[in-house]
Design a protein around this ligand. Structure first.
Ligand code: FNR
Length: 342
């Protein structure tokens, strides 16, 4: 097994083993109103997303590919996304771009879900020609570009030069003919990051905040001397990242992921301005612990419960959900004030 394949398997194993004990969404309370005045069949949460339309504002977010185990997981995730009619992203495709023998561990997603929405995934260090090849490899409907500087720095073998990221992203956004989603990997985004991305023409971002999968923790666990564990609270939580995104929500499509554990976390994300919500660790845990049938049921229930919450809130669609009033914890309100987000 190569170092890269070993790393892929370590990431899966450590993400599965890392319990998440509380939700960063507890700091946001939706305001209950007693008369919803709609019926369940009035509700449609269809989401226009750049030029891509999602039937439902939920997707399986980027995780894996590039090893035997990763290929088996991708096959199961593809079946889940097909059976539940939600979009799905693959994990970073660097391995397949470097070694064509590994392409089947990604392409299995398109094979198992030929008509579904599939997102390709590369890092921001990948130039335009390889980005185009990644999209082509999966006949992808969109391209995610991940930005993961803290993870790279904590990995001994990771990148240390980020000078080409903005220019690569700009060129890809300008040239490639599918929607581009720039995403974090669990460290969240700030208004300064969004300003930079907006400035180079990025229209869609996934803020992917702290609160779920934690790559500083995972990378530290991969080494005997866990010497950078003091960084494990680095970054903004998903609710904080969504507050940071509010000045941009008129002009950019904001997606949320990072620590989404329940349908209520998902609806709170939408109330804070997200247009759709991504799950990684939650679905990985479900499928690897309880199997394919249970994971399909998990997503079906998750979707049904999101609609139940929309019904209680009297929200017929995504725009209505984004108008739902909420109250922030003192800590979040202080962040909002200090950062002059209002
Ligand atoms: C990830 N994530 C990720 N993201 C990405 O853009 N490319 C990738 O290759 C990976 N790899 C990866 C592997 C594993 C095992 C996990 C669990 C996650 C990050 C993922 O897409 C997401 O941004 C974070 O995991 C936060 O969401 P959750 O896990 O808290 O729901």
């Amino acid at each position: 097994m190569t170092t890269r394949e070993q790393r892929k398997d370590d990431h899966i194993r450590l993400a599965l083993g890392h319990p998440v004990t509380h939700s960063s969404f507890d700091a946001v309370q939706l305001v209950h109103r007693s008369i919803p005045a709609i019926k369940r069949s009035d509700i449609s949460l269809e989401t226009p997303l750049d030029s891509l339309s999602l039937n439902f504002p939920l997707y399986i977010n980027a995780m894996t590919g590039g090893s035997k185990w990763a290929g088996e997981i991708n096959e199961k995730l593809a079946i889940i996304s097909r059976e539940t009619d939600i979009a799905m992203a693959v994990g970073s495709m660097h391995a397949a771009l470097k070694n064509s023998e590994l392409i089947p561990t990604y392409r299995i997603i398109r094979e198992r879900n030929p008509h579904g929405k599939v997102f390709a995934n590369i890092g921001a260090d990948v130039p335009l020609d390889l980005a185009a090849r990644a999209v082509e490899m999966l006949n992808a409907d969109a391209l995610q570009i991940h930005i993961n500087a803290p993870q790279e720095v904590v990995m001994p073998e990771g990148g240390r030069d980020f000078t080409d990221w903005l220019t690569n992203i700009e060129e890809i956004v300008r040239t490639i003919d599918v929607p581009v989603i720039v995403k974090e990997v669990g460290f969240g985004m700030s208004k300064e990051t969004l300003e930079q991305l907006y400035g180079i023409g990025v229209k869609t971002v996934d803020v992917s905040g702290r609160g779920g999968t934690n790559f500083i923790h995972i990378e530290n666990e991969r080494r005997p001397k866990k010497d950078q564990s003091y960084l494990s609270e680095w970054g903004q939580t998903t609710p904080v990242s969504l507050l940071e995104s509010q000045p941009f929500q008129q002009n950019m499509t904001i997606l949320a992921s990072g620590g989404i554990q329940s349908p209520l976390d998902a609806i709170k994300s939408i109330a804070l301005g997200a247009r759709a919500v991504g799950l990684s660790r939650a679905i990985l845990t479900e499928v690897e612990s309880n199997g394919l049938a249970a994971a399909i049921q998990f997503i079906e229930t998750f979707k049904a419960h999101m609609i139940d919450i929309a019904l209680i809130l009297g929200a017929k669609n995504l725009d209505d959900l984004q108008q739902v009033p909420y109250v922030l914890s003192p800590e979040l309100e202080s962040w909002q004030r200090q950062r002059k987000l209002k």
